[in-house]
Design a binder for this molecule. Sequence first.
Ligand code: FAD
Ligand code: UDP
Length: 382
Amino acid sequence: MTTSPDLLVVGSGFFGLTVAERAASAGRKVTVIDRRSHIGGNAYTENEPSTGIEVHKYGAHLFHTSNATVWEYVNRFTAFTSYVHRVYTTHKGVVFPLPINLGTINQFFQAAYTPDEARALVHELAGEFDPTRAQNLEERAIGLIGRPLYEAFIRDYTAKQWQTAPTELPASVISRLPVRYTYDNRYFNDTWEGLPVDGYTAWLERMADHPNIEVALDVDFFDEAQPLNKDATVGQLPIVYTGPVDRYFDYAAGELSWRTLDFEQEVLEIGDFQGTSVMNYADADVPYTRIHEFKHFHPERADRYPADRTVIVREYSRFAERADEPYYPVNTTADRTGLLAYRDLQQGEVGVHFGGRLGTYQYLDMHMAIGSALSMWNNTLA
Ligand code: FAD
Ligand code: UDP
């Protein structure tokens, strides 16, 4: 391992690799360390050995963006398939399309409303709260779709996913779910979407494949036995840190709460389990939030994937303990206060740049992590 690079990047997820790739292309020597035994952070995928089906190890990752700069940048490392993400949900034994759209509304109310009729109905049902003034997720959701649809599709799913009362969650979480008065059930609204043609790991490896980049795996920034540890490097060279911000400061301002996921993977001796890539389970009596069936992400690989076997993953959500992987910032009021304290502490860390989902305690999608890494490079580091 080079002990004196020009830049040390802690974490090889999309944020860290984007900064590393930009710096390397500008002629800087970069060392990237990651405590895991593979690069790529949570976007890492691997092929299930008995079927060859690409499995997203840390949960399904769908790439989508409307940011032209990001789209141009990512296309330097991979081509994308024409996959368009659609999600269905099972409620009381019946399957409905998501996001909530005219099809969902008509199926739920056993009706044939036109767009205007459905809009008028939802408007009437949603009168309880003004969504623009919503104080929390429950108020925003009821203000957008009304109580019956909220209770069927949102309330219990959200409670399972966040293990936090919807009245305690920020309204912004639900802004991610659009409501449509057409039968369009594309999950994302973005200009571009697709999956990397030869997989996420190939894409991530291409980003790291530069003579100026050295990657060291199984290396923890806080392990004093390794030479590029925190005490040995802070103040000595520029550092981009993409691990959890509370861990960096040894939890001096308290622990920020995170949600983690447990994945239960099964190889089934059938060709098709659910006919689609993601099925949500809206009801409280089903313990998991959703089931992923990975072969459906790549219909174009049908000739390479087995016709008589499939890989499914049930996803369970719970609060993260310190030893768990922190996946989603929960962002309660107490967390937001803690985060402000950590932002103050960051001012004293000369030459350390906090980035990415864990480093900024923000719900960043891949394109957002890449976009903010490009900005950090252009505006600060370069
Ligand atoms: P990460 O990918 O988390 O990388 C951080 C890296 O830092 C990790 O590899 C970690 O091991 C390393 N690290 C941490 N601490 C240390 C340490 N002390 N020493 C060394 N290394 C350390 N985005 C989308 O756009 N679409 C999706 O469909 C989507 N689905 C998602 C589903 C799930 C379940 C999750 C969790 C996220 C999803 N995302 C999705 C978000 C996506 O994963 C992130 O945008 C992306 O991973 C952010 O990259 P990052 O580099 O900030 O963080
Ligand atoms: N959500 C829900 N029911 C669903 C899907 C989503 O209530 O069937 C809510 C839930 O609160 C979730 C948020 O919408 O946290 C965002 O959903 P998304 O699928 O975008 O979340 P992610 O894929 O990041 O877990």
